[in-house]
Design a protein around this ligand. Structure first.
Ligand SMILES: Nc1nc2c(ncn2[C@@H]2O[C@H](COP(=O)(O)OP(=O)(O)OP(=O)(O)O)[C@@H](O)[C@H]2O)c(=O)[nH]1
Ligand SMILES: [Mg+2]
Length: 340
């Protein structure tokens, strides 16, 4: 938190430049990031996801205002082209955001959700590490909870808030999109609208149904080569709160900020170390996969590659066989197909 030994905060302009470098894969930026990496780890990284228009940006802005009044500094990363943070919003929302842009203790950055699955999660992880190292107390990552890419981005966070709103359709959107399982805190925003109570009870029922696994510290870890051990019952002791807010009015926002702080305490009591280990293991695995693929693609002759694809199109070859043929032609291959 504040008052620690981290060095003076870099200027917003330096940070903005570094982040652009990270986004572009600039080697200098990666060099700086490596130098800064040891200073990261003090911030609380909070993912905010949920259906389009559920009020994520408005909620993040309200949480930021409140955190500022409590003396905390805040960085916001918005992986969302239509966010009011980026200007694609109605005037009233933009005015509400303006004071945040002018505050020295708030850094706001939007990043476009483009590129391959995993790519955006990787650059988000790097950007968040830079903001963490820069000394911000809270780092919010806003993503639209619409698909796998967004879920991967949200997993960069230590605490994940899923925002729901009544009136976006008959079903509770988070359940439909399958993002409920990554939530640490559930928010039913737009509580001024009809149907908020119903949304709360639908979410509660969904949580009760999923009770044994939802909220377990292990749900953030997946896909790694060597799995870190499953969480113990003691580490799975977080009860997911369902909180109602009217983000535009600031109603209920204090309870959300308090729940965020409580979740951090819970993580610090043990579950966090395991979650962090799982997240980093997954990150290393994903980066290794990308590097291996890059190296392979450098070695493979494009004509050979396209010939194999053509063979697949003609159904003379199964894609798995094509991949195995390519693998067997690589210099580093020892002749054995990898275990699946
Ligand atoms: N009535 C009501 N409107 C709200 C509330 N919170 C946000 N809104 C409005 O809902 C609209 C969408 O809010 P945003 O904060 O942009 O929602 P979002 O989830 O970030 O939207 P995307 O990033 O586009 O997915 C805006 O016009 C807000 O002013 C609320 O509590 N009650
Ligand atoms: Mg938004």
């Amino acid at each position: 938190m504040t008052g620690d030994t981290r060095p003076t905060r870099p200027t917003k302009r330096d940070l903005a430049r570094l982040i652009t470098g990270i986004e572009n894969g600039d080697p200098n930026a990666l060099c700086t990031l490596r130098e800064w990496y040891g200073r990261a780890g003090g911030a609380h990284i909070i993912g905010v996801t949920g259906a389009p228009g559920s009020g994520k940006s408005t909620l993040v802005a309200a949480l930021t205002r409140l955190a500022r009044s409590r003396g905390q500094t805040v960085a916001i990363v918005s992986v969302d082209p239509s966010s009011p943070f980026t200007g694609g919003a109605i005037l009233g929302d933009r005015i509400r955001m303006r004071e945040l842009f002018e505050d020295d203790g708030v850094f706001i950055r939007s990043i476009a959700n483009r590129g391959a699955l995993g790519g955006i999660a990787r650059s988000t992880a790097d950007i968040v590490a830079a903001l963490d190292a820069a000394g911000y107390d809270l780092v919010f990552i806003e993503t639209v909870g619409a698909g796998q890419a967004e879920v991967e981005v949200a997993r960069v966070a230590e605490t994940i808030i899923v925002v729901e709103a009544p009136g976006l359709g008959d079903d509770v959107q988070a359940i439909k999109a399958g993002i409920l399982e990554i939530a640490d805190i559930l928010v039913v925003n737009k509580a001024d609208r009809e149907g908020a109570e119903r949304a709360v009870s639908v979410l509660q029922a969904a949580l009760d149904l999923a009770a044994p696994s939802v909220g377990a510290a292990g749900h953030h870890g997946y896909g790694a080569l060597h799995r870190v051990e499953a969480p113990t019952a003691a580490s799975a002791g977080w009860r997911i709160p369902i909180l109602k807010t009217i983000a535009t009015e600031g109603d209920g926002v204090a309870a959300v900020l308090d729940a965020i702080a409580r979740h951090r305490q819970y993580l610090e009591q043990g579950a966090g170390a395991q979650r962090r280990a799982q997240r980093l293991e997954q990150e290393v695995t994903i980066r290794l996969r990308d590097l291996l693929l890059k190296r392979a693609m450098q070695q493979i002759e494009p004509t050979r590659y396209h010939a194999l694809i053509e063979a697949c199109i003609a159904r003379k070859l199964h894609p798995q066989e094509a991949a195995q043929e390519l693998l067997s032609e690589l210099a580093c291959d020892d002749g054995r197909a990898p275990a699946e």
